[in-house]
Write a protein that binds this ligand. Sequence first.
Ligand code: 13P
Length: 252
Amino acid sequence: MNRQKIVAGNWKMNTSLKEAGALVEGIITGSKNKNAVKKIFFPPFTFLKAVTDELINTDHFFTGAQNCSEHEKGAYTGEISVGMIKSVGAKYVLVGHSERRIYFNETSAQLKNKIEQVLKNELTPIFCFGEKLEERKSGKHFETVKTQLNEVLKDFDKNKIANFILAYEPVWAIGTGETATPHQAQEMHAFVRKCIGEMFDETIASQICILYGGSCNAQNAKELFACADVDGGLIGGASLKADDFCKIVESF
Ligand code: 13P
């Protein structure tokens, strides 16, 4: 399978039901002619079904969940299982976003369990990782990313890995307005591909989709997406405005 071009919008804890509907409508209208780019929305759980339903009869638009339980079902008050996510028609699940790692103390062992649940339900995981500012400043960014990849991915069947989506999101770039330079993004994405090649094989490394996330917006998306190993973006703030999201989609 060839690498796909993807623009994904992680809405985080934003929008009301009405705002979610208007945002999706604006994006569908504004990005009609960009069928070669897959668009994925990650709304809050409460609107996941409504947004998914709004996409019926569209091509190249999909939804996903921002998180999932590591358990299949049962007495886990407040949790959402992958089976539930699948039952409303969503196709993707974000796993390992730095906000979940940092604010909710999610560990690599839990992230592995979550990905197992995602695969059991035949959905696609988007596995997020990235270094903190102090790790970059002390030159430990490659080591950090390698460890994050190894700890979570290495035991999965290599035939499944090629269909994973990876998202490099340096913590220092998320919500700060300080995006990685194209050089920094390309350097890390090439490194991630090398790590996947070492862990699995070269074919998988060349096929796997790697998104960049962290203050990616309508102004800088073009130069980031032009990098050889960047297959698209995982967008936070700029995915909440239809015009901005459409401009990012147009950046390929
Ligand atoms: P921002 O685009 O707001 O920096 O967020 C990126 C992100 O965390 C996407 O998952």
